[in-house]
Design a protein around this ligand. Structure first.
Ligand SMILES: [Zn+2]
Length: 389
């Protein structure tokens, strides 16, 4: 028996089709309507209607016709790269950055602003507002939204950062809400490792993957898991805090207040601390990278220690979540191919053989600024229609 869809049902169906089209354009790049009909499984008239609706909303734009072997030249449709924009804001313990991009998500140095993270929350919001306004003045077309990537635990039900172990100025705050009030543009808060996960799926090597994980071993140790095409959130969105598992009973104090947390031993920050202790002066990440490039041989003990704990972190994620691919993000260890290869040797010793055989371990291709852009694009897509599998 067939039934006539109600108006609400047909609106929902139309939006679901538009979302499916939008995801196809994101995945395949500039495409003709004929190509979109082939890859989406929708009928040609449905594709045509959905493309028209997306054009009207300013989410996609058309390119000049291309020559075809047969028939009329077809116009290409792509994510709006010149006629619309989104902004990404990355808040981190030492530095912040603000970036403007088209809806195709291409980020450039020219459209990126960086500054040291101010000590107080008010100064932070003031600085972010200034930098965002500067970039907004330089973009053309409508700015659809701003993704705000933050470290720490976001409680989705309370809609705030409940606790940020490495940047306590963010505790009990929601910088996305505060920026939105000042700028009048929709702002979306996104946890920094979830942002990286979305970015790998949207722009990196996780395109098309349903079950994978991202381990961020830069400042803190964050984990984001995509399971069956959805981010694992837990009851309130705070899942994934692998960094605060105790691994050294009397270890150094962690930003969370506990001692001996995995993130005090397995991250770029941990290596930075050990290197600074050895050379007897404070170091930032640039100094540490230069020091290691010059004199890696002098720091074998420190590299081995942090590498061993990073291997334990990687093994933990693989043993528990059985991902098809694990993406590791970082600079001093994950970002240096020879050092990362040594970490992977240790992973073999620490992981269950069957789980390791099922998993590919690679480094991330995307950055946190791309993650902030992916965060707002994910939100804009989700806000339009639910996903259907
Ligand atoms: Zn901790």
């Amino acid at each position: 028996m067939t039934t006539i869809p109600t108006r609400i049902e047909s609106t929902l169906l139309r939006r679901i089709n538009e979302r499916r089209l939008l995801e196809a354009i994101q995945r395949h790049g500039p495409s003709s309507r004929a190509m979109l009909t082939r890859v989406s499984g929708l009928t040609a008239p449905t594709v045509s209607k959905a493309v028209d609706a997306l054009l009207k909303r300013g989410l996609v734009e058309e390119l000049e016709p291309v020559e075809q072997a047969l028939g009329r030249p077809g116009k290409l449709v792509r994510m709006a790269a010149e006629s619309a924009a989104v902004l990404g804001v990355v808040i981190d313990a030492a530095t912040c950055c603000v970036v403007a991009a088209g809806l195709d998500g291409q980020v450039t140095e020219q459209q990126t602003r960086r500054f040291d993270t101010p000590d107080s929350y008010t100064d932070l919001i003031d600085a972010l507002e200034d930098q965002c306004r500067g970039l907004l003045a330089s973009v053309t077309g409508k700015t659809h939204g701003i993704g705000v990537s933050v470290p720490g635990l976001i409680n989705d039900r309370l809609e705030e950062i409940v606790f940020s172990p490495n940047l306590h100025a963010l505790d009990k705050r929601n910088p996305a809400r505060d920026l939105e009030k000042r700028l009048g543009i929709p702002c979306q808060l996104v946890q920094e490792t979830d942002a990286l996960c979305l970015s790998e799926r949207m722009y990196g090597d996780a395109r098309g993957l349903e079950d994978f994980a991202v381990l961020d071993a830069a400042t803190g140790l964050g984990l984001s898991v995509m399971s069956g095409g959805r981010l694992l959130a837990g009851h309130s969105g705070m899942a994934g805090e692998v960094g605060h598992i105790t691994v050294a009973l009397d270890g150094v104090r962690c930003g969370c207040g506990n001692r001996g947390c995995l993130e005090t031993l397995a991250t770029d920050s941990a290596l930075l601390r050990l290197l600074a202790e050895k050379v007897g002066r404070p170091l930032d990440a640039d100094h540490a990278a230069a020091l290691l490039a010059d004199r890696s041989a002098d720091f074998q003990h420190e590299l081995r220690t942090v590498g061993e704990y990073l291997a334990i972190a990687i093994a933990t994620v693989i043993n528990i979540f059985n991902p098809t691919t694990l993406f590791v993000h970082g600079r001093l260890l994950a970002g240096a191919p020879d050092r990362f290869a040594r970490v992977l040797e240790r992973v073999k010793q620490r992981t269950l053989t069957a789980s390791l055989a099922d998993c590919t371990i690679v480094t991330t291709r995307s950055s946190k600024r791309q993650g902030a852009i992916a965060g707002i694009m994910h939100h804009l897509t989700n806000a339009w229609a639910p996903t259907v599998r």
